[in-house]
Design a protein. Structure first.
Length: 368
């Protein structure tokens, strides 16, 4: 047996994504630029974004509705299951010689019809970036209670028809439209047969014999299992916000932090300390991240829900837009007997991230 094999834990002697993730835990290695660009949704959408706003008179095509194959969904998170559905639409559109279009909604239907909307994995801007990076155009439909009450005929023939000349429709097998979800895939397929439109309901793709869904990913993130969430998303879970004023204790303790104010709708990870990355002005820095209000400072009105120490960074981050990507949970949040004990623990966290990812930034292209 070689020295190399003797020196590596057995868990690292594998193949595929799990091998890559475990390898990073064992040796210092920076993710590739392309991987980080995907994490921070910095690819795929330029100034002339292929987005069609349904309902806007200016967006009605001058030369008639766009011939296309569509996939329909809320697409929160644009996870691996969504990507699989969109690839079916892209392949179908290529064979037919027409455009592939993702039809989605703003706001998310859950925000309109649910008394208790679920937290969101992506903002609307993030959703558009993730969708277009896959290679589809996007049609955004304003979602209202009036729209929610429409059946499939009114939706396809009244709402979408002025904009899209639909040749085929791809949805998940559990897809429903209209009041109380009365328009199921078989019902829509019957209508499609009459109109010469192919309608296909695809089985949800599985991970460990369980379907990949946004609900499942939210649950994993809420438990702090960002490793598993990353596997289902196809990228690291990420939050975007703006640096605001904080308590100021971090600077006094020797590890200044960026206090990131994130939207209230965002799915937060479980309280704890994470290894990850912070993107600011197109540079990605290794980061030790605290999610949740530290118990020692729970009474402070200036306590932020998300704080990050950008390792190797020096400068003023106040009022900057910052994105945080979570790589793995280092430890759950807990109280300390003293400030000195807290400082010692935080320094260990920072050193763990430094040993894994170093102190240098990686530049990624961004257009926003």
């Amino acid at each position: 047996m070689s020295v190399w094999r003797q020196s590596f834990p057995r868990v690292l002697r594998g193949r595929g994504d799990d091998f890559a993730i475990n390898l990073r835990k064992f040796i210092k290695i920076h993710p590739a630029v392309e991987e980080l660009a995907a994490d921070f949704l910095c690819a795929g959408m330029g100034g002339d974004a292929p987005v069609l706003n349904v309902g806007g008179a200016a967006d009605v095509p001058a030369d008639g509705p766009l011939p296309c194959v569509i996939a329909i969904g809320a697409f929160d998170g644009v996870h691996r299951g969504h990507a699989d559905l969109l690839r079916h639409a892209i392949d179908d559109a290529r064979e037919r010689g027409v455009a592939a279009v993702a039809v989605t909604f703003d706001p998310d239907p859950d925000e309109v019809v649910s008394a208790h909307p679920a937290p969101k994995l992506t903002s609307m801007d993030g959703r558009l970036r993730a969708l277009t990076s896959i290679g589809v155009r996007v049609a955004v439909v304003p979602f209202t209670r009036q729209l929610a009450a429409l059946d499939h005929v009114a939706f396809f023939e009244g709402v979408l028809a002025p904009y899209l000349d639909i040749r085929a429709i791809h949805v998940g097998s559990d897809f429903r439209l209209g009041a109380r979800g009365a328009s199921t895939v078989p019902i829509i397929a019957d209508w499609g047969t009459q109109k010469g439109i192919a309608v296909t309901g695809h089985d949800l793709i599985l991970d460990g014999d369980v379907p990949i869904t946004a609900t499942r990913i939210r649950s994993l993130i809420a438990r702090g299992d960002v490793d598993s969430a990353r596997r289902l998303l196809g990228r690291r879970p990420m939050l975007r916000g703006q640096v605001g004023p904080g308590r100021g204790q971090g600077t006094g303790m020797g590890f200044p932090t960026a206090n990131v104010e994130v939207p209230g709708y965002a799915q937060m990870p479980a309280d704890g300390v994470y290894a990850g990355f912070a993107e600011v002005d197109g540079a990605v820095w290794p980061a030790a991240i605290n999610a949740g209000v530290p118990p020692m400072f729970a009474d402070s009105v200036k306590s932020a829900r998300l704080e990050a120490n950008l390792i190797g960074f020096s400068g003023d981050l106040y009022d900057k837009k910052v994105a945080i990507a979570f790589d793995r949970l280092l430890r759950p949040s807990h109280s300390f007997e003293s400030v000195d004990a807290l400082i010692e623990a935080v320094n260990r966290d920072i050193e763990t991230v430094r040993e894994q990812f170093g102190t240098s930034p990686v530049r990624i292209a961004r257009d926003f």
